[in-house]
Ligand binder design. Structure first.
Ligand SMILES: *[C@@H]1O[C@H](CO)[C@@H](O)[C@H](O)[C@H]1NC(C)=O
Ligand SMILES: *[C@@H]1O[C@H](CO)[C@@H](O)[C@H](O)[C@H]1NC(C)=O
Ligand SMILES: *[C@@H]1O[C@H](CO)[C@@H](O)[C@H](O)[C@H]1NC(C)=O
Ligand SMILES: *[C@@H]1O[C@H](CO)[C@@H](O)[C@H](O)[C@H]1NC(C)=O
Ligand SMILES: *[C@@H]1O[C@H](CO)[C@@H](O)[C@H](O)[C@H]1NC(C)=O
Ligand SMILES: *[C@@H]1O[C@H](CO)[C@@H](O)[C@H](O)[C@H]1NC(C)=O
Ligand SMILES: *[C@@H]1O[C@H](CO)[C@@H](O)[C@H](O)[C@H]1NC(C)=O
Ligand SMILES: *[C@@H]1O[C@H](CO)[C@@H](O)[C@H](O)[C@H]1NC(C)=O
Ligand SMILES: *[C@@H]1O[C@H](CO)[C@@H](O)[C@H](O)[C@H]1NC(C)=O
Ligand SMILES: *[C@@H]1O[C@H](CO)[C@@H](O)[C@H](O)[C@H]1NC(C)=O
Ligand SMILES: *[C@@H]1O[C@H](CO)[C@@H](O)[C@H](O)[C@H]1NC(C)=O
Ligand SMILES: *[C@@H]1O[C@H](CO)[C@@H](O)[C@H](O)[C@H]1NC(C)=O
Length: 751
């Protein structure tokens, strides 16, 4: 009895367990149709295993079900999913509310079918995939709140009807696709009054912005930059008073910025840069007290700088570069802009002096005032700006460069100093105390170009241990290039173009650590981003403004000077050099064979000198050479044959009467490629040139004869061909050796 009773309870208990198991699995277990829809969704993809193996699909990673076993969320962002998205399988997940497949590699298009049955969808994020094709006519989920289709390859127009049912839409992002047609700005008017974010940027939208945004009473962010938008800003945009960000850079919008903008009291970001906005800035712009980023560069704005802006105490960046703004800025009171980090007023018509109050903006990292009509001197007050790392003041009417440099030397955070065209015709600051003072500790970029500076290259430059880029071009520097320049541990870009430098090419310069292959020193140096893009010179191409230091490739430019003597063979050590420009000087002697060690060379200008001898055949091995010019020298012989050198125009070789072969029109006469008759050579040591020809030809004759005989003995055609190639090579090398010999002899004679 007892046993039976026990058995009964045990059975009951087991039954209970079974039932509860069935019930519990029924609550959580997914419907079989859902399971097969999910599996058929992945079946078209090739991706790392999702481990969707267990029976209950509600427990699969990325899946959430509701109480009834319907799949409500499918969240698989950044899972490496590849392949065609299958709309039919997803469309069967009819209870889906959240779909996030962003950052995968999904292909295919979004057919109407896809949206047809997903009418519970609230969140749709398919951003960062490779979806293509057009959007369906209508998004059929009245629950939809967020649509993010950014960074795909979607195209076509976005019809207003797309939003017909989307009365709860708050966020719509289609940036970084190739959509065309009008920006659907009437969305709020008819369909989606709750929109908070609209991002149409980086597409090919065109035409005018139609009115409508004014009805977006909740809109906070409106972005449509990098499109082809035309016309004026519709006035009603100023009715969307919740707007915090308007970003429309890189379009062709015109017209004035309306006074009504002061109604957008929540505005924190206004970016209208790279458009054609004109007229004057609204006088009351400063009423936008929440303004943080005001970016209006590259427009046609006129008139004065509105003093009211000095009331925008939250301003972080104020960028007005390249407009037609004018007026005296000396008396502007910047003292309340304690958050200001970047001030860019370059390329306007501002007058007066640097406002002293600017020096009380203690957060300033970048001041750019270049290309205006400012005058006066730099004030020591600038030293209170402890974070100042970018300063661009050139092309104004400032005076006292020496005074400025002595002050700025103590700016410890300064890494970019652009003083090109800062003064005209002063002496180069070169006081002894500047050498002893360990200034400019963090300077990495220095430009003193176009100042008509006189004097020699000063010794204090040798103390700039972090200097990487040095512009001293377009001045009137005299004297030689100091040899210590080659000791600057990080220097990799130096231009002395268009000065009156004399003397020889210092061998010391061939030891520049950054340019000699020494991985340890090179790898220590990091690239960095300028606080503001550079405008190196008055003729600015807005598309071409360097943002990073790495824009400046290894360069030595000594062109347009009076440098004489030989190009030292040691130049071959500068293996990382990308551009070498020595044209329009008085260099003589041969082109050293060692130049062919500069395997990274892309630009080589040796034109307009007195170089003689042949073009070393080894130059043909410079595979990266894109620009090359040796015209107007005394070069001779045949141009080495290689696809590289023959790809340049004949003009790169012209003005060398004794040079022959393609691409020049004159053919080389057989065996007379090297013309011994050097009558035009005005060199005083002409006889030296005459002397070795005898030896050369004896030697060459011997070699040709010897190897020619050997070669003929070899019957195999390919071997013979190889032998003759070898002979050519030996001839060239021997010739170069002889010439180098002559040059060293000449040099010894001089010394
Ligand atoms: C699937 O399982 C393997 C092995 O346990 C694991 O490495 C992988 O990350 C899992 N995949 C996902 C999507 O969780
Ligand atoms: C979707 O559902 C329909 C009918 O409900 C069915 O015919 C079709 O096979 C399903 N598709 C997939 C991929 O499961
Ligand atoms: C989708 O997932 C990514 C990655 O977790 C996340 O950054 C993003 O915010 C999600 N999208 C939405 C709309 O929540
Ligand atoms: C919009 O959202 C509200 C509240 O979230 C909800 O009550 C309403 O039903 C939604 N409207 C539609 C058309 O789904
Ligand atoms: C897509 O946009 C939504 C709404 O703006 C945002 O929450 C989500 O993070 C975005 N997705 C990604 C991957 O950034
Ligand atoms: C734009 O989309 C491309 C792929 O279509 C992506 O590689 C790129 O990172 C995206 N750009 C931005 C700024 O998100
Ligand atoms: C802006 O709003 C005001 C008041 O609500 C209204 O009178 C005016 O017509 C609107 N302006 C535009 C251009 O829609
Ligand atoms: C701007 O705001 C004022 C008052 O706040 C209002 O009277 C005026 O209609 C608004 N202007 C526009 C264009 O909305
Ligand atoms: C700055 O704001 C104050 C107080 O709101 C006002 O009196 C003053 O006129 C404003 N200054 C400018 C230049 O607009
Ligand atoms: C600066 O003003 C002068 C004369 O007022 C004018 O000729 C010149 O075009 C202006 N420059 C710029 C950049 O607006
Ligand atoms: C140049 O500036 C320095 C430092 O501010 C100053 O001492 C010197 O008097 C100035 N020279 C001239 C000519 O103004
Ligand atoms: C800008 O550079 C060019 C050479 O690239 C030079 O001819 C011109 O003088 C420079 N402009 C200024 C303002 O220095």
């Amino acid at each position: 009895m007892l046993v039976q009773a026990y058995n009964l309870t045990a059975h009951a208990f087991l039954l209970f367990l079974l039932f509860s198991y069935i019930i519990s699995t029924n609550i959580h277990a997914c419907k079989q149709t859902e399971r097969s829809s999910l599996l058929s969704f992945t079946s078209t993809l090739s991706s790392p295993p999702l481990n969707w193996t267990s029976l209950d699909c509600c427990r699969w990673k990325g899946i959430t079900c509701n109480q009834d076993g319907w799949v409500t969320r499918l969240l698989l962002p950044s899972k490496g999913l590849k392949g065609g998205i299958s709309p039919s399988s997803l469309a069967n997940l009819t209870h889906l509310t959240h779909l996030n497949l962003s950052h995968n590699s999904l292909l295919g298009s979004l057919e109407t079918r896809f949206f047809l049955s997903l009418n519970r969808l609230e969140i749709l994020d398919l951003s960062y995939n490779r979806l293509s094709g057009e959007l369906p006519l209508s998004l059929l989920s009245s629950n939809i709140r967020t649509v993010n289709l950014s960074s795909n390859h979607l195209s076509g127009a976005i019809p207003s009807s797309f939003f017909q049912q989307t009365s709860n839409l708050t966020s719509f992002n289609v940036s970084n696709n190739t959509f065309t047609g009008y920006v659907p700005s009437s969305i709020c008017l008819h369909y989606s009054p709750s929109l908070r974010l609209l991002d149409f940027s980086s597409n090919a939208f065109n035409g005018k912005l139609a009115p409508g945004l004014g009805k977006c009473s909740k809109l906070q962010v409106f972005r449509a930059g990098h499109n082809n938008l035309l016309g004026i800003l519709p006035e009603d945009i100023y009715n969307a008073t919740k707007l915090e960000e308007i970003a429309l850079p890189f379009n062709s919008l015109r017209g004035a910025i309306s006074d009504k903008i002061v109604n957008l009291t929540n505005l924190a970001i206004l970016d209208l840069s790279f458009n054609h906005f004109g007229g004057e800035l609204p006088l009351n712009l400063g009423k936008l007290s929440k303004l943080k980023f005001l970016t209006l560069d590259f427009n046609n704005l006129e008139g004065a700088f509105p003093p009211s802006l000095m009331n925008c105490t939250n301003l972080v960046e104020l960028r007005l570069q390249s407009n037609h703004l004018e007026g005296d800025i000396s008396m502007l009171d910047f003292s309340r802009l304690s958050q200001l980090t970047k001030l860019d007023l370059r390329m306007n018509n501002f007058t007066g002096t640097v406002p002293v109050s600017l020096y009380s903006c203690r957060s300033l990292k970048a001041i750019a005032l270049a290309h205006n009509n400012l005058e006066g001197q730099i004030h020591a007050g600038i030293l209170s700006l402890k974070y100042l790392s970018f300063l661009s003041l050139g092309y104004n009417r400032f005076t006292n460069l020496t005074g400025a440099m002595k002050i700025l030397m103590s700016c410890t955070s300064l890494n970019t100093l652009m003083l090109g065209g800062f003064v005209t015709g002063e002496g180069m600051p070169a006081d002894d105390d500047m050498v002893d003072f360990d200034g400019f500790q963090n300077l990495r970029f220095l430009s003193l170009a176009s100042c008509q500076l006189t004097g020699q290259i000063p010794l204090w430059l040798s103390k700039l241990k972090n200097l990487e880029v040095l512009f001293l071009d377009y001045n009137q520097f005299t004297g030689p290039i100091p040899s210590w320049l080659g000791t600057l541990p990080r220097l990799l870009y130096i231009t002395l173009r268009q000065n009156r430098i004399s003397g020889e090419f210092p061998k010391g310069l061939c030891r520049l650590p950054r340019l000699v292959r020494e991985p340890n020193t090179a790898s220590q140096v990091e690239d960095f981003e300028f606080e503001l893009p550079l405008t190196t010179n008055g003729t600015v191409n807005p598309i071409f403004m360097p943002h990073r230091l790495s824009y400046f490739a290894a360069l030595i430019d000594l062109s347009n000077n009076n440098i004489s003597g030989y190009i030292p063979a040691e130049i071959g050590q500068l293996q990382l050099l990308r551009e070498l420009s020595l044209h329009s000087n008085n260099f003589s002697g041969v082109i050293p064979d060692q130049i062919s060690n500069l395997k990274n060379l892309e630009v080589l200008y040796l034109n307009m000198n007195h170089l003689s001898g042949i073009i070393p055949s080894s130059l043909a091995s410079l595979n990266f050479l894109k620009e090359f010019n040796v015209s107007y020298n005394n070069l001779e012989g045949s141009i080495p044959t290689s696809t590289q050198l023959q790809s340049f125009e004949a003009s790169a070789f012209e003005g060398n009467p004794k040079l022959c072969g393609a691409p020049l029109p004159n053919k080389c006469e057989p065996n007379k490629g090297i013309d011994a008759d050097n009558k035009n050579n005005k060199d005083v040591h002409n006889w030296l040139h005459q002397l070795p020809w005898f030896y050369i030809f004896t030697a060459l004759g011997f070699i040709v004869g010897f190897w020619g005989v050997c070669g003929c003995l070899i019957i195999n055609k390919t071997w013979r061909y190889a032998y003759f190639r070898f002979i050519d090579d030996v001839q060239d090398r021997l010739y170069v050796m002889v010439i180098v010999r002559i040059n060293t002899m000449k040099r010894r004679l001089r010394g």
